[in-house]
Design a protein around this ligand. Sequence first.
Ligand code: SF4
Length: 465
Amino acid sequence: MSELATHEKTTSEAAIPKVGFVSLGCPKALTDSELILTQLSAEGYQTAKTFEGADLVIVNTCGFIDDAVKESLDTIGEALADNGRVIVTGCLGAKSGQDGGNLVRQMHPSVLAVTGPHATQEVMDAVHAHLPKPHDPFTDLVPPMGIKLTPKHYAYLKISEGCNHRCTFCIIPSMRGDLVSRPVGDVLKEAKALFEGGVKELLVISQDTSAYGVDVKYRTGFWDGKPVKTRMLELVRTLGEIAEPYGAWVRLHYVYPYPSVDEVIPLMASGHVLPYLDVPFQHSHPAVLKRMKRPASGERNLDRLARWRELCPELVIRSTFIAGFPGETEEEFEHLLDFVREAQIDRAGCFAYSPVEGAAANDIPGMLPEKEREARRARFMEVAESVSAERLRRRIGATMQVLVDSAPALGRKGGVGRSYADAPEIDGVVRLLPPEKISKQLKVGEFTRARVVATEGHDLVALPI
Ligand code: SF4
């Protein structure tokens, strides 16, 4: 995903420095971008719509897979060609090149500064060094929720950075380091500001949400004068309480199937947070999970899912999987297909294993030919899609609450929204038909009730009521 930030303040003062900003990569990178843009705006910098119109350009990069590295390096090249003064931040900034030096500096020696991810202060220091901040900052022009790159009604809330695990296919810990949990008081304060700024759906993200607070030994912080532990259960409960008066949703991503998550499920059953869990299982066979060095790999996941669904029957599970991991036998792969059928995963994504440079898994014997990895991915998706389609069909006739994402002409011709079962950008949507009642309007960022009348691939079709 790439966006050139278009937030621009109206002012006649030509002397105000302008910064161009390109945000590449995942939602975690996006929240880094938002923090930097918020800070820039708080200090009185403007953002420019074009590279040429900027005094300098910041490129927030992604270094996860080879395509992302190429896209990031190309974007830096373009910014250098069109503007010449470029600061690089993000995952690629932490990556080494062939000679062990910094990869970005090796490829583009003329960049002004390079930082790793989650480095708002370092980026701001570099901006101050190369483009001194304006004399009179317009701090009061910053909206209370900061500058958002997502639509106004949903926002990502990053609760920690880094990861203590060492999954063999992943290089994130080498780029982002071990888990560092944000203070619980800061996280809750940010959540409250987002709701006050009009956010109706908060997406909690991190590398491992269930591990929140492990690094600080679940230290007690404070929110609203009351003690709150830096721990997933307390965080989620308090987020639910803060969201309630705003009628907003809280959705959890990247949760591992640890026993401690059992305690969060009743909060879903009681409506405190959405009954939706994004659990990246990656595989089901114990031997493959061991080769992957996955967290919670010893857990009995089918039993755990069954218990969760008993406690909260409406629970929706989204997950991602890897097909064709090095050494995966046909039997191990079929174990995975059986798991998806039995676990009744509502939404599944699957990658064919791709050897990411620097990942330990590349040295595991038994690399499968690319054609076979792709074939397994296709076989997986066929099974996963039929499970998903069947589960979607069961919703026909139900009435659901839908958050409206798009509604041209106040929904007179219908619109598009999402139910609790659909996270933005990764799941399906609810296609809203034109309302039958003339007086019924649909507004972006507001909820509507809708009766499901059909399914269409990964999506539902529903009539607003
Ligand atoms: S849990 Fe594994 S896959 Fe996820 S960030 Fe940590 S090391 Fe990477």
